[in-house]
Write a protein that binds this ligand. Structure first.
Ligand code: FES
Ligand SMILES: [Fe+2]
Length: 404
């Protein structure tokens, strides 16, 4: 695949920007470049800290061919460990759960929550040096309750990566959203960029979600807040109708705005007063990905059957359209067109791709008057939030082997 078109398009500014070349959503060689320069190099979202509240809580995932498990140790620390056994390479933990030890399913070598080798069954007279058979560790960082892992020991610090976002997260006090709801994981038949592009724009609400999202937050009420290649923020107004699920999702205040925050490569959330739902996108192949969704809230609540049904329906609608687009972009004759104003965050995402793939940042930080509403809210909320300094202080350097 020629990279020239991609290079040109990821350098475009809003107003002139176009959709990406269709080959980038299906080409195996391009997928390999993204794997190496994006997912193996940048900070990748895993889950919320609130998803792993207790010692032994873990969440396993695959990032750029690395099987990683994030575990909370008995000392309360979160660690990102290799989830590959040091004996003969079996993948050990799956999904989410709680365990006092990591036990390999193959020959039951056993590791502690910090990755130290603790047991080798039936080893006979053979000595297995525990110090050199620990699970390797990856860099882990938290930012306002969000947990990220980077496979690259030289990636910039997390607070530097997300500089400028503090006031938005602090305004909502996201790190205090301790009530969580189970993470749902689904395989989608779509290149990972399709759901990312889909989740960051409200342009499709009226057409794809006419009886779900559009009834609560209309396309015509979506707006851009602030952004550039490294992250973008859009928002919207919710219809002030107290009659339905939107009143529940709005929380206890009469706040009728929400924010959508995109932290590329793989995190998007919708942020409301006292509530957040998020999506994590991980590529699994050139034309497939895995979508994980979760939510957390400030106060405990019992989601009504009506709300659960609407949330599931919304996800199903997004899945159907993304998988349909994946079918469409197999075309050799057709090609993408102009992006409209409501897709400005998609342009940011494309500029992110350009920055990672070509090493050139063509983005100009763009900020609308909506961003003004958040000025000054950071200092007011900062005393209650960990803030960027606290966030960065929780980014330990990774080591090739565990030191525990
Ligand atoms: S591969 Fe894990 S114990 Fe053998
Ligand atoms: Fe959608």
């Amino acid at each position: 695949m020629s990279l020239n078109d991609l290079h040109r398009i990821t350098a475009q500014q809003p107003g002139e920007a176009e959709a990406l070349p269709f080959e980038t959503y299906r080409d195996p060689e391009h997928f390999e470049i993204e794997r190496r320069q994006i997912f193996a190099a940048d900070w990748v979202f895993v889950c919320m800290e609130a998803d792993l509240p207790d010692p032994g809580d873990y969440h396993a995932l695959k990032i750029a061919d690395e099987h990683v498990v994030v575990v909370r140790g008995s000392d309360g620390e979160l660690r990102a460990l290799s989830n590959v056994c040091r004996h003969r390479g079996a993948v050990m933990l799956q999904g989410s759960g709680n365990t006092s030890k990591i036990v390999c399913p193959y020959h039951a070598w056993t590791y502690g929550q910090a990755g130290a080798l603790q047991g080798v069954p039936h080893r006979g007279e053979v000595a297995v040096d525990r110090a050199t058979h620990c699970l390797p560790r990856f860099r882990l960082g938290t930012f306002f309750g969000l947990v990220f892992v980077s496979l690259d020991d030289d990636a910039p610090a997390l607070d530097e990566r997300f500089r400028g976002l503090e006031k938005y997260f602090a305004r909502y006090g996201v790190e205090r959203f301790e009530h969580r709801y189970p993470i749902d994981v689904q395989p989608w038949q779509a290149n990972w960029k399709l759901p990312m592009e889909n989740f960051v724009e409200g342009y499709h609400f009226f057409a794809v979600h006419p009886r779900t999202v559009e009834t609560a937050a209309s396309t015509r009420d979506c707006f851009y807040v602030e952004g550039h290649a490294d992250w973008s923020i859009t928002g919207g107004s919710q219809l002030d109708d107290p009659d339905t699920w939107k009143d529940w999702i709005r929380g206890r205040s009469r706040e009728v705005h929400y924010l959508s925050i995109c932290l590329p490569p793989n995190f998007v959330c919708n942020l409301y007063d006292g509530y957040m739902n998020w999506a994590r996108v991980l590529p699994t192949g050139p034309t497939t990905c895995e979508i994980a969704t979760g939510s957390c809230s400030l106060h405990a609540f019992q989601a009504s059957q009506e709300y659960i049904a609407i949330a599931e329906q919304t996800t199903a609608e997004d899945r159907e359209i993304c998988e349909m687009v994946q079918q469409g972009i197999s075309s050799r004759r057709s090609k993408g067109g102009r992006l409209v104003e409501l897709e400005r965050a998609v342009v940011d995402f494309h500029q992110y791709l350009g920055k990672r793939l070509f090493g050139e940042d063509h983005s100009r930080r763009f900020r609308t008057e909506h961003a003004d509403h958040f000025d000054g809210t950071c200092s007011a909320a900062a005393s209650e939030s960990p803030g960027p300094a606290a966030a960065s202080s929780r980014v330990p350097r990774a080591g090739p082997t565990c030191s525990a």
